[in-house]
Design a protein around this ligand. Structure first.
Ligand code: GUN
Length: 302
Protein backbone atom coordinates (compact mmCIF):
# COMPACT_ATOMS: atom_id res chain seq x y z
CA UNK A 1 0.00 0.00 0.00
CA UNK A 2 1.14 3.52 -0.65
CA UNK A 3 -0.15 6.26 1.64
CA UNK A 4 -2.10 9.30 0.49
CA UNK A 5 0.26 12.26 0.32
CA UNK A 6 -0.81 15.31 2.36
CA UNK A 7 0.72 18.17 0.40
CA UNK A 8 1.42 21.35 2.35
CA UNK A 9 2.25 23.07 -0.92
CA UNK A 10 -1.27 22.41 -2.28
CA UNK A 11 -3.08 23.28 0.97
CA UNK A 12 -1.01 26.48 1.19
CA UNK A 13 -2.29 27.58 -2.21
CA UNK A 14 -5.92 26.97 -1.17
CA UNK A 15 -5.54 28.96 2.04
CA UNK A 16 -3.56 31.83 0.47
CA UNK A 17 -6.31 32.23 -2.11
CA UNK A 18 -8.92 32.35 0.67
CA UNK A 19 -6.83 34.98 2.51
CA UNK A 20 -6.33 37.09 -0.64
CA UNK A 21 -10.08 37.17 -1.27
CA UNK A 22 -10.84 38.13 2.33
CA UNK A 23 -8.18 40.87 2.36
CA UNK A 24 -9.71 42.38 -0.80
CA UNK A 25 -13.19 42.29 0.75
CA UNK A 26 -12.06 43.95 4.00
CA UNK A 27 -10.15 46.58 2.02
CA UNK A 28 -13.27 47.42 0.06
CA UNK A 29 -15.60 47.54 3.06
CA UNK A 30 -13.30 49.02 5.71
CA UNK A 31 -10.45 50.68 3.77
CA UNK A 32 -7.82 48.71 5.69
CA UNK A 33 -5.38 45.90 4.94
CA UNK A 34 -3.47 43.75 7.46
CA UNK A 35 0.02 45.07 8.25
CA UNK A 36 2.94 42.76 9.05
CA UNK A 37 6.45 43.73 10.13
CA UNK A 38 9.32 41.26 10.27
CA UNK A 39 12.37 42.11 12.36
CA UNK A 40 15.51 40.16 11.50
CA UNK A 41 18.65 40.73 13.56
CA UNK A 42 21.88 39.77 11.80
CA UNK A 43 22.36 37.87 8.57
CA UNK A 44 21.98 34.14 9.12
CA UNK A 45 21.30 32.67 5.65
CA UNK A 46 18.48 30.42 6.93
CA UNK A 47 16.77 33.34 8.73
CA UNK A 48 17.15 35.61 5.69
CA UNK A 49 15.46 33.02 3.48
CA UNK A 50 12.58 32.53 5.96
CA UNK A 51 12.00 36.28 6.39
CA UNK A 52 12.22 36.95 2.66
CA UNK A 53 9.56 34.32 2.03
CA UNK A 54 7.33 35.71 4.80
CA UNK A 55 7.48 39.20 3.28
CA UNK A 56 6.97 37.89 -0.25
CA UNK A 57 3.90 35.93 0.87
CA UNK A 58 2.51 38.94 2.78
CA UNK A 59 2.88 41.02 -0.38
CA UNK A 60 1.20 38.32 -2.47
CA UNK A 61 -1.94 38.24 -0.30
CA UNK A 62 -2.27 42.03 -0.34
CA UNK A 63 -0.88 42.97 3.09
CA UNK A 64 1.01 46.12 3.96
CA UNK A 65 4.43 44.68 4.77
CA UNK A 66 7.67 46.00 6.28
CA UNK A 67 10.93 44.09 6.33
CA UNK A 68 12.90 45.79 9.09
CA UNK A 69 16.38 44.19 9.11
CA UNK A 70 18.74 45.17 11.90
CA UNK A 71 22.52 44.72 12.34
CA UNK A 72 23.85 41.79 14.39
CA UNK A 73 25.22 44.22 17.02
CA UNK A 74 21.98 46.11 17.73
CA UNK A 75 21.63 46.58 21.49
CA UNK A 76 18.82 44.90 23.39
CA UNK A 77 17.51 48.33 24.42
CA UNK A 78 17.36 49.52 20.80
CA UNK A 79 15.56 46.34 19.73
CA UNK A 80 13.02 46.76 22.56
CA UNK A 81 12.49 50.39 21.48
CA UNK A 82 11.89 49.24 17.89
CA UNK A 83 9.24 46.77 19.08
CA UNK A 84 7.59 49.51 21.11
CA UNK A 85 7.46 51.68 17.97
CA UNK A 86 5.55 48.96 16.11
CA UNK A 87 3.34 48.23 19.14
CA UNK A 88 2.17 51.83 18.77
CA UNK A 89 1.89 51.81 14.97
CA UNK A 90 -1.77 51.55 13.94
CA UNK A 91 -0.93 50.29 10.45
CA UNK A 92 0.78 47.19 11.92
CA UNK A 93 -1.31 44.21 13.07
CA UNK A 94 1.45 41.62 13.34
CA UNK A 95 5.02 41.85 14.67
CA UNK A 96 7.38 38.97 13.99
CA UNK A 97 10.87 38.89 15.47
CA UNK A 98 12.78 36.17 13.64
CA UNK A 99 14.46 33.66 15.95
CA UNK A 100 17.14 32.80 16.91
CA UNK A 101 18.43 36.15 18.16
CA UNK A 102 22.15 36.87 18.79
CA UNK A 103 23.49 35.71 22.18
CA UNK A 104 23.75 39.21 23.70
CA UNK A 105 19.96 39.61 23.43
CA UNK A 106 17.53 37.95 25.86
CA UNK A 107 14.92 36.44 23.53
CA UNK A 108 12.38 36.03 26.35
CA UNK A 109 12.54 39.74 27.11
CA UNK A 110 12.08 40.54 23.43
CA UNK A 111 9.12 38.20 22.88
CA UNK A 112 7.48 39.48 26.06
CA UNK A 113 7.78 43.07 24.78
CA UNK A 114 5.52 42.40 21.77
CA UNK A 115 1.92 43.53 22.30
CA UNK A 116 0.05 40.18 22.79
CA UNK A 117 -2.62 41.48 20.38
CA UNK A 118 0.06 41.80 17.65
CA UNK A 119 1.91 38.59 18.55
CA UNK A 120 1.06 36.68 15.37
CA UNK A 121 3.71 34.03 16.19
CA UNK A 122 1.69 33.15 19.30
CA UNK A 123 4.85 32.99 21.45
CA UNK A 124 3.94 35.59 24.10
CA UNK A 125 3.03 34.01 27.48
CA UNK A 126 -0.42 35.64 27.26
CA UNK A 127 -1.10 33.80 24.00
CA UNK A 128 0.37 30.57 25.36
CA UNK A 129 -2.09 30.93 28.25
CA UNK A 130 -4.98 31.69 25.90
CA UNK A 131 -4.13 28.54 23.91
CA UNK A 132 -4.12 26.47 27.10
CA UNK A 133 -7.60 27.72 28.02
CA UNK A 134 -8.81 26.99 24.48
CA UNK A 135 -12.11 27.86 22.77
CA UNK A 136 -12.88 31.54 22.21
CA UNK A 137 -9.90 32.58 24.34
CA UNK A 138 -7.47 31.60 21.57
CA UNK A 139 -6.33 34.53 19.43
CA UNK A 140 -3.13 33.43 17.74
CA UNK A 141 -2.33 29.71 17.76
CA UNK A 142 1.39 29.26 17.04
CA UNK A 143 1.91 28.87 13.30
CA UNK A 144 3.48 25.43 12.93
CA UNK A 145 0.96 23.64 15.21
CA UNK A 146 -1.89 25.57 13.59
CA UNK A 147 -0.61 24.43 10.19
CA UNK A 148 -0.43 20.82 11.35
CA UNK A 149 -4.01 20.91 12.64
CA UNK A 150 -5.26 22.52 9.43
CA UNK A 151 -3.56 19.84 7.30
CA UNK A 152 -5.16 17.08 9.36
CA UNK A 153 -8.59 18.69 8.97
CA UNK A 154 -8.25 19.38 5.23
CA UNK A 155 -6.96 15.83 4.63
CA UNK A 156 -10.26 14.60 6.09
CA UNK A 157 -8.65 12.69 8.98
CA UNK A 158 -11.02 12.11 11.94
CA UNK A 159 -9.57 13.54 15.16
CA UNK A 160 -12.47 13.06 17.58
CA UNK A 161 -11.58 10.15 19.84
CA UNK A 162 -8.38 9.47 17.89
CA UNK A 163 -5.19 8.40 19.63
CA UNK A 164 -2.69 11.17 18.90
CA UNK A 165 0.96 10.66 19.78
CA UNK A 166 3.27 13.69 19.63
CA UNK A 167 7.01 12.99 19.52
CA UNK A 168 8.84 15.97 21.02
CA UNK A 169 7.99 18.50 23.73
CA UNK A 170 9.27 21.82 22.37
CA UNK A 171 7.50 25.06 23.20
CA UNK A 172 7.09 25.83 19.49
CA UNK A 173 5.62 22.51 18.28
CA UNK A 174 5.25 19.56 20.67
CA UNK A 175 3.61 21.18 23.68
CA UNK A 176 1.24 23.49 21.76
CA UNK A 177 0.06 20.89 19.22
CA UNK A 178 -0.64 18.41 22.05
CA UNK A 179 -2.61 21.11 23.84
CA UNK A 180 -4.58 21.99 20.70
CA UNK A 181 -5.47 18.40 19.82
CA UNK A 182 -6.84 17.74 23.30
CA UNK A 183 -9.29 20.69 23.30
CA UNK A 184 -12.93 20.34 22.36
CA UNK A 185 -13.65 21.56 18.83
CA UNK A 186 -12.72 21.31 15.17
CA UNK A 187 -9.71 19.15 14.38
CA UNK A 188 -9.33 18.16 18.01
CA UNK A 189 -11.14 16.23 20.81
CA UNK A 190 -8.41 13.57 20.65
CA UNK A 191 -6.66 11.49 23.31
CA UNK A 192 -3.12 12.82 23.36
CA UNK A 193 0.20 11.42 24.53
CA UNK A 194 3.49 13.34 24.40
CA UNK A 195 6.63 11.23 24.16
CA UNK A 196 10.16 12.59 24.50
CA UNK A 197 13.78 11.71 25.27
CA UNK A 198 12.77 10.52 28.76
CA UNK A 199 10.11 8.10 27.44
CA UNK A 200 10.79 4.40 28.07
CA UNK A 201 9.04 2.75 25.14
CA UNK A 202 9.00 5.24 22.27
CA UNK A 203 8.12 2.66 19.62
CA UNK A 204 5.32 1.15 21.74
CA UNK A 205 3.59 4.52 22.13
CA UNK A 206 4.01 5.45 18.46
CA UNK A 207 2.50 2.11 17.39
CA UNK A 208 -0.77 2.99 19.16
CA UNK A 209 -1.19 6.27 17.26
CA UNK A 210 -4.01 6.92 14.81
CA UNK A 211 -2.30 10.27 14.23
CA UNK A 212 1.46 10.43 14.76
CA UNK A 213 3.02 13.90 14.90
CA UNK A 214 6.80 13.84 14.91
CA UNK A 215 8.79 16.93 15.89
CA UNK A 216 12.00 15.50 17.33
CA UNK A 217 14.68 16.99 15.07
CA UNK A 218 16.29 13.58 14.50
CA UNK A 219 16.51 12.45 10.85
CA UNK A 220 14.73 9.12 10.13
CA UNK A 221 13.96 8.58 13.83
CA UNK A 222 10.58 6.94 13.16
CA UNK A 223 10.82 3.52 11.51
CA UNK A 224 7.98 1.82 9.62
CA UNK A 225 7.57 -0.75 12.45
CA UNK A 226 6.61 2.15 14.77
CA UNK A 227 3.61 3.06 12.62
CA UNK A 228 0.13 1.58 12.93
CA UNK A 229 -1.28 0.43 9.59
CA UNK A 230 -3.40 3.21 8.08
CA UNK A 231 -2.23 5.92 10.53
CA UNK A 232 -1.89 9.58 9.60
CA UNK A 233 1.77 10.59 9.92
CA UNK A 234 2.76 14.25 10.20
CA UNK A 235 6.50 14.83 9.90
CA UNK A 236 7.60 18.20 11.29
CA UNK A 237 11.34 17.48 11.01
CA UNK A 238 13.45 19.69 8.79
CA UNK A 239 16.96 18.26 9.10
CA UNK A 240 19.75 19.59 6.90
CA UNK A 241 21.73 16.47 6.01
CA UNK A 242 23.92 17.89 3.25
CA UNK A 243 24.02 20.22 0.27
CA UNK A 244 23.33 19.92 -3.45
CA UNK A 245 23.17 22.16 -6.50
CA UNK A 246 19.63 23.25 -7.36
CA UNK A 247 18.57 22.23 -10.87
CA UNK A 248 16.37 25.36 -11.05
CA UNK A 249 18.79 28.07 -9.89
CA UNK A 250 22.24 26.44 -10.13
CA UNK A 251 22.83 27.57 -6.51
CA UNK A 252 23.84 25.43 -3.53
CA UNK A 253 20.81 24.33 -1.49
CA UNK A 254 20.36 22.20 1.60
CA UNK A 255 19.32 18.56 1.33
CA UNK A 256 16.42 18.19 3.77
CA UNK A 257 15.25 15.06 5.57
CA UNK A 258 12.33 14.59 7.92
CA UNK A 259 12.14 12.77 11.26
CA UNK A 260 10.31 9.87 9.59
CA UNK A 261 11.83 7.32 7.23
CA UNK A 262 9.44 8.47 4.49
CA UNK A 263 10.02 5.83 1.78
CA UNK A 264 9.40 2.95 4.17
CA UNK A 265 6.70 4.72 6.23
CA UNK A 266 4.51 5.49 3.22
CA UNK A 267 4.00 1.75 2.70
CA UNK A 268 2.39 1.44 6.15
CA UNK A 269 0.71 4.81 6.81
CA UNK A 270 -2.73 5.76 5.49
CA UNK A 271 -1.67 9.34 4.87
CA UNK A 272 1.67 11.10 5.30
CA UNK A 273 3.32 14.51 4.85
CA UNK A 274 6.52 14.74 2.77
CA UNK A 275 9.68 16.70 3.63
CA UNK A 276 10.06 19.16 2.02
CA UNK A 277 6.59 20.24 0.87
CA UNK A 278 4.64 19.08 3.93
CA UNK A 279 4.38 21.03 7.18
CA UNK A 280 7.00 23.60 6.09
CA UNK A 281 4.83 25.66 3.70
CA UNK A 282 2.00 25.69 6.25
CA UNK A 283 3.90 27.71 8.89
CA UNK A 284 4.13 30.89 6.81
CA UNK A 285 0.55 30.38 5.60
CA UNK A 286 -0.73 30.34 9.19
CA UNK A 287 1.33 33.45 9.93
CA UNK A 288 -0.66 35.20 7.20
CA UNK A 289 -3.91 33.88 8.68
CA UNK A 290 -2.96 35.13 12.17
CA UNK A 291 -2.10 38.57 10.77
CA UNK A 292 -5.46 38.73 8.99
CA UNK A 293 -7.19 37.62 12.21
CA UNK A 294 -5.37 40.37 14.12
CA UNK A 295 -6.91 43.04 11.86
CA UNK A 296 -10.31 41.33 12.07
CA UNK A 297 -10.15 41.38 15.90
CA UNK A 298 -9.30 45.08 15.75
CA UNK A 299 -12.19 45.85 13.39
CA UNK A 300 -14.61 43.79 15.52
CA UNK A 301 -15.13 41.27 12.71
CA UNK A 302 -14.23 38.32 14.95
N1 GUN B 1 12.57 30.84 13.52
C1 GUN B 1 12.26 29.62 13.04
N2 GUN B 1 10.92 29.45 13.01
C2 GUN B 1 10.36 30.59 13.48
C3 GUN B 1 9.02 31.02 13.68
O1 GUN B 1 8.05 30.31 13.44
N3 GUN B 1 8.87 32.28 14.17
C4 GUN B 1 9.93 33.09 14.47
N4 GUN B 1 9.68 34.29 14.97
N5 GUN B 1 11.19 32.71 14.30
C5 GUN B 1 11.41 31.48 13.80
Amino acid sequence: MSAKLISGTEIREEILEEITAEVAEIKEKHGKVPGLVTILVGASPASISYVTLKIKTAHRVGFHEIQDDQPEDISEADLLALIEKYNNDDSINGILVQLPLPKHIDDKKVLNAIDPDKDVDGFHPVNVGRLMIGGDEVKFPPCTPAGIQEMIVRAGVETKGAEVVVVGRSNIVGKPIANMMVQKGRGANATVTIVHTGTKDLAGHCKRADILIVAAGVPDLVKPEWIKKGACVIDVGVNRVGEKISEKTGKKIAILKGDVDFDAAKEVAGSITPVPGGVGPMTITMLMLNTLKSLKFKLGLM
